[in-house]
Design a protein around this ligand. Structure first.
Ligand code: RI2
Length: 299
């Protein structure tokens, strides 16, 4: 897909999910580099940077998109356009492969955290969190999952159908029913859009309420997050731009008169409500996130 088409599909959420957005953007940038008819290296880089910016500006919250684009552009090394182009291609392919390998590694660790007979509450639709639950099922563990519908986009429908198709005992619940069912839960398992150096996690709106409720019931919250979703150590909650989307996603235009509507689509869950962050390099306690990040970004 070309840059504009990919950008449009990310903006409209036809392409959604932090990981899928990152991979789609990386491949669009690669495709652009391959087709770009420019023999001057400086002009080539400048045009690549414009394409990068167009993709970066599609959705402001998940640092995974920014990191993916940076990783691809870091491949643009060399003195000729041929060298620059080859570097971008290789970096994009490497990112996509690493991100898929990361999902598989995290899902194995996540499945090991799920005990036979566990009841799990999950929120939104996280590819890696869902894969972890499916892996547990495929290991022969019996598990029961409550998936929230996740208004206003109802990503929970995707999660529910995916788990049902994998033979998992799945029940869809409304977002407001989380505390009602938390009494039955052994675990909360969710994904992430951004992990901050203090161990707090940016994820779909409602995640922080679920974590607060889990904390009250002493239910561990596990976050599945590939390390490319980790923000640089200097980024804090005040730097995170929480995306607010169209109010038409919440209520049909004109249905309510004189009523203000807001539609923030992410929130930040404090580290104290999170038991572990499961990554492809292992399980991280939120309090150790800063150390992991220092190492990652110093390398
Ligand atoms: P994976 C999604 O956002 C959800 O917040 C989900 O937890 C997160 O991205 C990570 O998804 P949206 O795109 O990368 O539905 O785990 O707004 O698939």
């Amino acid at each position: 897909m070309n840059i504009d088409e990919t950008a449009q599909k990310i903006i409209t959420m036809e392409i959604r999910g932090a990981g899928k957005i990152a991979r789609s953007a990386a491949l669009a940038l690669k495709d652009y580099a391959i087709k770009l008819q420019e023999e001057d290296p400086q002009k080539f880089i400048s045009m690549m940077k414009s394409a990068q910016a167009k993709l970066f500006n599609t959705r402001p919250t998940a640092v995974s998109l920014e990191n993916a684009l940076e990783l691809v552009m870091a491949g643009a090394k060399g003195n000729t356009v041929t060298e620059l182009r080859a570097g971008v291609e290789a970096a994009a392919d490497q990112f996509v492969k690493n991100s898929q390998d990361a999902i598989n590694k995290i899902a194995v660790i996540c499945a090991d955290k799920i005990n036979d007979g566990n009841t799990i509450i999950t929120h939104c639709n996280s590819t890696v969190a869902v894969q972890g639950m499916i892996n547990a099922k495929n290991q022969g563990k019996s598990l029961r999952v409550y998936a929230t519908e996740t208004r206003p986009w109802f990503q929970g429908h995707i999660t529910s159908q995916t788990l049902a198709d994998a033979g998992v005992d799945i029940t869809l619940i409304v977002d407001s029913a989380v505390r009602y069912f938390m009494t039955e839960a052994n675990l909360v398992i969710v994904g992430a859009d951004t992990v901050l150096s203090n161990g707090s996690v940016v994820n779909k709106i409602g995640t922080s309420q679920i974590a607060l409720c889990a904390h009250e019931h002493h239910v561990p919250v596990l976050v599945c997050a590939e390390t490319y979703k980790f923000a640089r150590p200097n980024i804090t909650a005040k730097d995170v731009r929480i995306e607010e989307r169209a109010i038409s996603e919440v209520v049909k235009p004109g249905k309510l008169k004189g009523v203000k509507i807001r539609n923030p689509v992410f929130d930040i869950t404090p580290a104290k409500y999170i038991e572990s962050i499961i990554t492809e390099i292992g399980v991280i306690s939120p309090s150790n996130t800063h150390e992991v990040l220092q190492k990652m970004f110093d390398e």
